[in-house]
Design a protein around this ligand. Structure first.
Ligand code: SF4
Length: 409
């Protein structure tokens, strides 16, 4: 696929990490907490005979409970948290010149690794905000554990994702903020990543009758999300969600209706741009999927032929709905399938009364009770990260010579 140079994780993928998760579920000493990414709920149904894009959130939560989950939380909650931090950072770059523009998004680990390897000079442009999964992990083991009275050392945090590259991301050494905060040595923020396909395989092995499951809801505290969190799974969705909250941060008001459906950044074109205005300041937004398109955009920008303020990059075609861990055999992958999944997420966003990350009551509470405000010291410590120049992985031929599977597993 497009991430041939960026996805380091084939060996981990093939190992079927869910068997380790199954062991944890069977261990009465462990508290297994699943967190589900936006795109899983519009892909998983395909593995059980449902049409492309079927919205199966309720059955998915029920299925995780049937497998023995102690808690099921929504990574969409942390998508909202990512938006709060990333939009605040964008506003600081624009109003206080706190960093260079354009700001690039950081939630796709394959893109981040591509930039670290091939464009280290743009690392100061990449938002320091961790991805939703990168924020979910430490928040579960600190805030959630304290509120629920759970010993963080007993928690096994499992992210269910459309993404194979997330298996690399959670193993980056710096993803251990909860250990610093709790003082528990060796604590990892997120312990396992299983893909949508791994979950489907596990459910089939256990004989769970997916389509017959009555719907279940998420557990509270970190289980509610806004429509902005929902659309994180689409190419263009992060941009759109961040633009909504950036507008509110600057003006103190929610954006007008035409701002809510930022249609120029939707769709399947490789590079899409839109211009918006916030308090009289014009901003140029760009949305890119695929590293080949990212390369084109970066080269144009470096040559001074294009200027941007905020750029979203996703490695997979269509964004995470088309991730490498999504079902692809029951219904062969095509742009039609991708569009059905995208439409399903936008339909969900459109049907929600809560469409702004900053209005999510669970997000307000986590700031009131724990993080204070976006970019606070604790937020910087647990919710932000730094990037590594990996240009040294390139040999004289310009190819990655160090086997990428060497990264710690
Ligand atoms: Fe993972 Fe693909 Fe989403 Fe990037 S775009 S986070 S590689 S699923």
């Amino acid at each position: 696929g497009q991430c041939a140079n960026a996805c380091p994780v084939d060996s981990i993928t093939e190992a079927y990490e869910y068997s380790a998760v199954r062991d944890a579920v069977r261990d009465p000493d462990k508290v297994v907490i699943f967190s589900t990414s936006p795109s899983v709920r519009v892909g998983l149904g395909e593995s059980f005979g449902l049409p492309a894009g079927a919205f199966v959130e309720g059955q998915m939560v029920a299925a995780l409970r049937a497998l023995g989950a102690d808690y099921v939380l929504d990574t969409n909650f942390s998508a909202d948290l990512t938006i709060m931090e990333e939009a605040s950072e964008l506003v600081e770059r624009i109003t206080k010149k706190a960093g260079p523009l354009p700001q690039f998004t950081s939630c796709c680990p394959a893109w981040v690794k591509f930039a670290e390897t091939f464009y280290p000079e743009i690392l100061p442009h990449i938002s320091s905000a961790k991805s939703p999964i990168g924020m979910q992990g430490p928040t579960v083991k600190t805030y959630f554990a304290a509120r629920m009275g759970i010993d963080p050392a007993k928690i096994v945090n499992v992210a269910v994702t459309p993404c194979t590259a997330k298996k690399f991301e959670i193993r980056r050494p710096e993803m251990a903020g909860a250990a610093r905060e709790t003082g528990v040595a060796g604590l990892r923020d997120m312990d396992h990543v299983i893909t949508t396909r791994e979950l489907a395989k596990w459910l089939k092995e256990e004989g769970v009758d997916f389509a017959a499951l009555p719907e279940s809801g998420y557990d509270s505290l970190m289980g509610a999300a806004s429509g902005a969190g929902v659309i994180f799974g689409n190419t263009g969705g992060v941009m759109e969600a961040a633009a909504r909250t950036a507008y509110w941060l600057v003006t103190g008001k929610n954006p007008p209706a035409d701002y809510l459906n930022l249609t120029p950044v939707r769709g399947m074109d490789g590079v899409r741009t839109a211009r918006v205005e916030i308090a009289g300041v014009p901003l140029t937004l760009a949305v890119v999927h695929g590293t080949a398109n990212a390369k084109l955009l970066i080269e144009e920008w470096k040559a001074g032929r294009a200027g941007y303020d905020f750029v979203e990059v996703m490695t997979c075609r269509g964004g995470c709905i088309g991730g490498g861990g999504q079902p692809k055999t029951e219904i062969p992958m095509s742009d039609g399938v991708r569009s059905a999944r995208i439409d399903s997420l936008y339909a969900r966003d459109g049907s929600m009364s809560l469409r702004f990350s900053h209005e999510n009551p669970d997000i307000r509470r986590v700031y009131e009770e724990y993080y204070g405000v976006p970019l606070s010291r604790r937020a910087e410590d647990l919710l932000h990260t730094a990037y590594i120049n990996r240009a040294g992985d390139l040999g004289p031929s310009g190819m990655v010579e160090k086997p990428l599977t060497e990264y710690p597993a």
